[in-house]
Design a protein around this ligand. Sequence first.
Ligand code: BTN
Length: 235
Amino acid sequence: MITKLNKGPHLKYEYYLVDTIPSTNTYFKENYKSYKDKSILIALEQTNGRGRYDRIWKSSNNDIIFSILLKENKNYAIIAPLAICLGLKKYNIKAGIKWPNDVYLNNKKLSGILIEDIFNSKFVASIVGIGINMTDKPSLYGVGLNINKDKFEIIDSIIEEFDKLLDLNKSDLIKLYRDYSTIINKDVYYQGLTYKVVDIDLNGHLVLSNLKGKITVSSDEINIKESLLKYENKN
Ligand code: BTN
């Protein structure tokens, strides 16, 4: 059963809580018409959590699981990972963004974000699904927050930052995103050549450079994890 919470420092956001659900993203995809812009669904457990590229997203007890329903079209791929990093800074956790939108801590994945857009000839809604590990996941090379804090408080802190970021223009957002990026200056192997990651442009694309010049690639064109690994294996 989904219950509406009478809470949140941000009254613009409506909070809902469910004990167990297949996936908070799937729920909003199927029921977005019944919910207002800026509704948040928090689940204590997900039985069919979904990740990017049709992967499964497994959560353990106490992990943070929520989705935000947004009816305005904004650059959530930039905003969401930044909101997580900024929201966690309050707890002295120095997380960074592994382009395009994974959040890493000490070189391991802390949080994943699944953004799904609904179009009906024009933009209708975006669903920003966020999963954050509270405990380490050795088998998945995942790291947990490992802090003794109420997860609703952590979600509030992230939402507070998310809300502030909604007002920033694209170039200020990208500037901030660059500050939190963990891959600038890293070497990657792409289409048979090695490059250095030199920037993230205003479209959120990666700018790669080598002696031959610069190229830009979107997240559909490069699998950054594999490209970093391939580079490491080559050297
Ligand atoms: C990824 O790294 O592949 C993205 C993982 C996203 C997981 C979250 S948990 C809340 C929301 N509901 C889902 O089914 N997925 C997202």
